[in-house]
Design a protein around this ligand. Structure first.
Ligand code: NAP
Length: 295
């Protein structure tokens, strides 16, 4: 799989699917495209893509089929009627979902004789085709190795392991990190806004300090992996004092205190479990348990 004109089929030409097809074309791969709403193939055809008149024709066009639609239900709705064509082909599913959905789809693909890689895209469409686009893959190693030279047209590929669920699992883990950062920023911007400061003022400070927090992660990870959390920077008791300040400031300024109270509740539970003198990584024990409050 080193020939730069490898045939690849892209199913799904939404914002992401169009970016994927375009990146394959830029690398010189012979790209067949199909979308439920055919008009979305227009620009890609100008770039050199071959539009398939039906999903059946699209799948039949080559050995490698890359799918990127809204969700796994849409994927199955799309592929179930043409499952007979999958025998001997490779399906790379870059649709977002859960690890259970990925494993179920892998079993379904295996039942139809297809090799299956599940993938997750940790990038926006504009980054596809650049090294900044991170794409995670899981499934059989030999299938990944064989097709990586084509898949690398999309960005930086990372192979996670044979368990098909690993891409989706890592995807949601990273999304959780992203939302924590975004929500922390929004909470801070709301607080500062109450004092007449702009979100842009806060963005400057946040941008300087967020990388410092990220730098703590490897040492915390080592403690989590070792199951011991000696405080080398700050104890959970000390964190709790500062969390109180955040809760009180939020309440006093009429800003939502829901997120700060949740953060404090986790630390309170860690203290109740005897972890007050440990470092913050010990809060992992609270995350490892099922939720105490059901949504
Ligand atoms: P989108 O622009 O809304 O496109 C959705 C695509 O799914 C369209 O091609 C749509 O076809 C197709 N589709 C939906 N239901 C279908 C069905 N029942 N049968 C056939 N096709 C169907 O979404 P997107 O941004 O491209 O996202 C696609 C996937 O990439 C999602 O799983 C998303 O989570 C993931 N992703 C997106 C981003 C991003 O920044 N956009 C980043 C990472 C991952 P029509 O055009 O006919 O509606």
């Amino acid at each position: 799989m080193t020939n730069s004109t490898n045939p690849v089929t892209v199913l799904g030409l939404g914002l992401m699917g169009r970016a994927l097809a375009s990146a394959f074309l830029r690398e010189g791969h012979r790209t067949t495209v199909w979308n439920r709403t055919a008009a979305k193939a227009g620009e890609l055809v100008t770039e050199g893509a071959t539009p398939a008149p039906s999903v059946r024709d699209a799948v039949a066009a080559g050995p490698l089929v890359v799918a990127c639609v809204s969700d796994y239900d849409a994927l199955r709705e799309l592929l179930d009627p043409v499952a007979d064509l999958l025998e001997g082909r490779v399906l790379v599913n870059l649709t977002s979902g859960t690890s259970a959905g990925a494993r179920e789809t892998a079993a379904w693909a295996a039942g139809h004789g297809a090799a299956y890689l599940d993938g997750a895209i940790l990038a926006v469409p504009a980054a596809i085709g650049t090294p900044e686009a991170v794409l995670l893959h899981s499934g059989p190693r030999e299938v990944f190795d064989q097709h990586e030279p084509v898949l690398r047209a999309l960005g930086s590929t990372t192979y996670l392991g044979a368990d098909h669920g690993l891409s989706s699992l890592n995807d949601v883990a990273v999304l959780g990190l992203m939302w924590s950062i975004l929500n922390g920023f929004l909470q801070g911007a709301a607080l500062l806004g109450a004092a007449g400061m702009s979100a842009s003022d806060f963005a400057g400070l946040a941008k300087r300090l967020a990388p410092t927090v990220v730098d703590w992660l490897p040492a915390y990870a080592e403690q989590i992996d070792n199951g011991a959390y000696p405080a080398f920077d700050s104890t959970i008791d000390t964190h709790l004092g500062a969390m109180d300040h955040l809760v009180h400031e939020s309440e006093a300024l009429g800003v939502s205190a829901e997120l700060p109270k949740f953060v404090k509740a986790l630390a309170d539970r860690a203290v109740a479990a005897g972890r007050g003198g440990d470092g913050y990584a010990a809060v992992i024990e609270q995350f490892r348990k099922p939720s105490e409050v059901q949504a």
